[in-house]
Design a protein around this ligand. Structure first.
Ligand SMILES: NC(=O)c1ccc[n+]([C@@H]2O[C@H](COP(=O)([O-])OP(=O)(O)OC[C@H]3O[C@@H](n4cnc5c(N)ncnc54)[C@H](OP(=O)(O)O)[C@@H]3O)[C@@H](O)[C@H]2O)c1
Length: 223
């Protein structure tokens, strides 16, 4: 790893934010787990710190209220549910930051998980974040990575992280960070609007998980 980042995780008390925060810190990045309540974030940060005890070169993990977590961060990861996403994103001090969204707008019914239609099919959670925070640079990544595996025992996940965005430098950051999770750089999968495909694709993985009793991920061949 060449660059170490200061990463704020918005929604860092949930399984996805905590799991990604754990992996990033394990790889040497420093992480602040954000929450709507600083009191809730502290114990989760302590739990991750405890898990990292003895890991050589691990970065620090602390907890803070979401907006405070962003203060010194180079990178902000949005790891919150889509419900309430717009109100939250609008309220955060994200100007000038590289923002990574792993938010999947999904719905569940008797037939299982499926992607929600965002902006009449012409949008995605990541594009919504970009629209609400025009002075931030939003990329989409880590949509298809299972929280269970992130908190699991494997050193690395046997899958690829697909990164979408309109600004190459911001995509590079997410591609760097993917290495903490998969041991490989992330894959540049194209423009931000392709988040419209990445986000609901997680519903397909959930369907595969149910059928095969696993935690499926995506692996790209030929690259
Ligand atoms: N779980 C997975 O395996 C997985 C995999 C890939 C992608 N994702 C995506 O990652 C995101 C987070 O997933 P998750 O399973 O960790 O979700 P989660 O547990 O439902 O939520 C994560 C955190 O978001 C905060 N939050 C909840 N509702 C909120 C609201 N209305 N406004 C602001 N903050 C709110 C909560 O933190 P506080 O109460 O501390 O504020 C919560 O701990 C989702 O968009 C999901 O689709 C999840």
């Amino acid at each position: 790893m060449t660059t170490t980042y200061r990463i704020a995780v918005i929604g860092g008390t949930g399984p996805q934010g905590k799991g990604l925060g754990y992996r990033f810190a394990k790889a040497g990045h420093s992480v602040v787990l954000g929450s709507r309540s600083a009191e809730k974030a502290g114990p989760v940060a302590d739990e991750v710190t405890e898990r990292l005890a003895g890991v050589e070169g691990a970065g620090s993990v602390t907890g803070a209220a979401n907006a405070d977590a962003i203060g010194e961060a180079d990178v902000v990861l949005l790891a919150v549910p889509y419900d309430g996403h717009a109100e939250l994103v609008e309220s955060l001090p994200l100007a000038g930051k590289t923002v990574i969204s792993c938010v999947n707008p999904l719905a569940f019914d008797k037939r299982g998980a499926h992607g929600r239609v965002i902006d009449g099919g012409e949008g995605s959670a990541a594009e919504e974040a970009q629209r609400l925070q025009p002075e931030a640079t939003v990329v989409g990544a880590f949509h298809n990575v299972s929280a269970v595996l992130l908190w699991g025992e494997d050193d690395y996940l046997d899958e690829d992280v697909l990164v979408v965005g309109d600004v190459v430098e911001a995509k590079e950051v997410a591609m760097d960070l993917a290495e903490a999770v998969t041991s490989r750089r992330g894959i540049d999968a194209g423009k931000l609007r392709l988040a419209r495909q990445l986000e609901p694709f997680t519903a397909v993985l959930i369907s595969i998980n149910r059928k095969y009793k696993t935690h499926a991920g995506v692996r790209i061949s030929g690259v």
